[in-house]
Design a binder for this molecule. Structure first.
Ligand SMILES: [Zn+2]
Length: 230
């Protein structure tokens, strides 16, 4: 009898020592912490049913604190990309320079407001309808430039080809075609792309991390998987 009481006391003490009893409370605290934790950032994830306008997919604007300056335009405007894309782009510029190629960033991240000007104002100046304009420029909210992963590149030795299909005859383009993949950049708008967007040899997008790849997943499926020969 005495032994039995002793062993019960021992078991209770052992239980306290290994912390079995406060377990319920600790679990409750963990649960309450879970419920007050801020929701994770889902702003950059693509919705399951991606809206499309004139062949352009909808994109979220990259937060300002995720951007890094890659170049400065002549008027002082800072050309920016998302950190991972910026880092890779700058390494690419270095590698090209080592081979005598001068890659020049013409445009990177754009806000929806900037895109609004490019789409509507330039359309008015050029007497273009929205669908005509959409062949050469995305409507605001639908530009890859909002993501901070897309960059328009020119050849410093041949600025006359900037933002023109003739850019693909420059040494800069030939270098990019051969080497951009090493830096996780690819062309977004190939010739005769199924999105119906004009061929843009100057427009490259970063696909070198999970977030960028997820961002462009739908377009890549359409353009790069269904037309592997292009
Ligand atoms: Zn572009």
């Amino acid at each position: 009898m005495y032994n039995r009481i002793l062993s019960i006391i021992l078991l209770v003490l052992l239980g306290l020592a290994v912390g079995i009893y406060p377990m319920g409370d600790r679990h409750a605290i963990a649960e309450s912490k879970k419920t007050i934790a801020p929701p994770s950032d889902t702003s950059s994830t693509t919705p399951s049913s991606t809206p499309v306008m004139f062949g352009h997919f909808a994109y979220e604007e990259a937060p300002a604190n995720a951007l890094h300056t890659i170049a400065r335009a002549e008027d002082g405007y800072e050309i920016k990309l998302r950190d991972a894309a910026a880092k890779s782009y700058l390494s690419m510029v270095e590698a090209a320079r080592a081979e005598g190629i001068d890659l020049v960033a013409i445009s990177g991240f754009r806000t929806k407001e900037e895109q609004r000007y490019l789409f509507y104002e330039i359309a008015r100046q050029r007497n273009q309808t929205p669908s005509e304009r959409a062949q050469v420029s995305a409507p605001p909210g639908y530009s890859e430039h909002h993501t901070g992963y897309a960059v328009d590149v020119g050849d410093g030795a041949n600025p006359g080809t900037n933002l023109s299909s003739s850019f693909d005859r420059t040494v800069a383009f030939q270098w990019l075609e051969k080497n951009a993949v090493r830096f996780s950049f690819e062309l977004s708008f190939l010739p005769n792309n199924p999105q119906g967007v004009m061929y843009e040899p100057w427009h490259w997008r970063f696909i070198g991390d999970e977030q960028s790849l997820a961002t462009f997943h739908k377009d890549r499926e359409l353009t790069h998987s269904s037309n592997p020969t292009r």
